[in-house]
Design a protein around this ligand. Sequence first.
Ligand code: DLL
Length: 432
Amino acid sequence: MIWNEAKECMSRDEMTHLQSARLCKLIDRVYHNVEYYRKKMQAVGLEPGDINGIEDITKLPYTTKDDLRDTYPFGLFAVPRSQIVRIHASSGTTGKATVVGYTRRDIDVWSECVARSMTMADIGKDDTIQIAYGYGLFTGGLGAHYGAENLGATVVPMSTGNTKKLITMMEDFGVTAIACTPSYLLHVAETLEAEGMLGRIKLRRAVCGAEPWTENMRKLIEDWLHIKAHDIYGLSEVMGPGVACDCSFHNGLHVHEDHFLPEIISPATLEPVADGETGELVFTTLTKEGIPLIRYRTKDLTSIDRSVCECGRTTARISRFKGRSDDMLIIRGVNVFPSQVEAALLEVDETTPNYMMIVDRVDHQDTLEVQVEVEERFFDDDMRGLDQLSKKIQLVLKQALGLAVKITLVEPHTLERFEGKAKHVIDKRKYD
Ligand code: DLL
């Protein structure tokens, strides 16, 4: 069942027409209502009349997180404060929080996009769904919550903080779906297994996102829990969860293109790249009222496919994320993404996707150590198995990354678990 066939199955021409009409209105609105955008457009000699359709998008300047910081907290808002009904913020690791505001209509569009995404994951009104993203300034909890309610599902607003309670309620309430980060779902699976509860739950679907994960991790989660897991993407600046999600064919994430115009650019040249090529994802929010964004550089690396999906949807699909341009580590001159390590580790049966990368610099030389949790049985009296496994992983990682890596194998449940976004890198190098 397609929840909004009219929006998700229109022809490319119809979509282009709709996007163009919305873009022209948007540009007119921000030019007149947001001084910051007006000045940026004037600086490159642009007026609203110069934008006549999406073919003119490349004339417009990009927006970055720095623009949001420069205008902190409300400088990019395009409506009077009396029309803002909610504020979210992402803390970020440096500097001030990034603040976003929603009008009532923005909240409605958001919950529609999340509902459409959950429909792609075959979640509906007969499901009972635990929302195990953090509630609060983070968009994950409330965003998923409103979308699931819009769908008519029975929503259990778990938030984060107590895995034992979550699995008890999962069993007692007959929970059939969960929304959380993929790394947390893995922790939920471990806990269910440790408590001997795996056979007693009714879970059938998961919508996971907020952090990069691999296809292998999806399969591991699916096999472990006997469910289907879907990839949901979003970012607070653009809206929150539900900007895109994958359908049951798992052949890329469908972007809700009637609301978010995607572009892929080269982060080096800032020029658009061809469909199918990897680059940085850029979004223009076509309908957002509170804080519209023009050509917002997400830093997320992906590629785009505009062909019609086997599911019948015509909306463009972005490939599973490779990482972020600012997540990329450069180790001895080699570009390394944590997702490559995760994918390689999942090729080795004896390991789990619980790993930590420790990057350091010794005698002016970068070093990479990967700590990996492996099955208990390797830590018996005879440590030869451990030694062999370590060599095997070393070889797999060397092939995957093109780098020599030090492997440290650790016992199960040694590495830290995260309820929100997982951390996989400790970079001890000094950048002075
Ligand atoms: O993480 C919104 C969200 C909540 C998405 C729940 C999905 C589910 P931010 O905290 O602003 O918002 O972080 C956005 O997280 O730019 C990506 O780098 C990363 N991200 C989000 N979803 C995915 C995903 C939320 N499915 C940043 N795959 C984005 C890979 C993801 N990375």
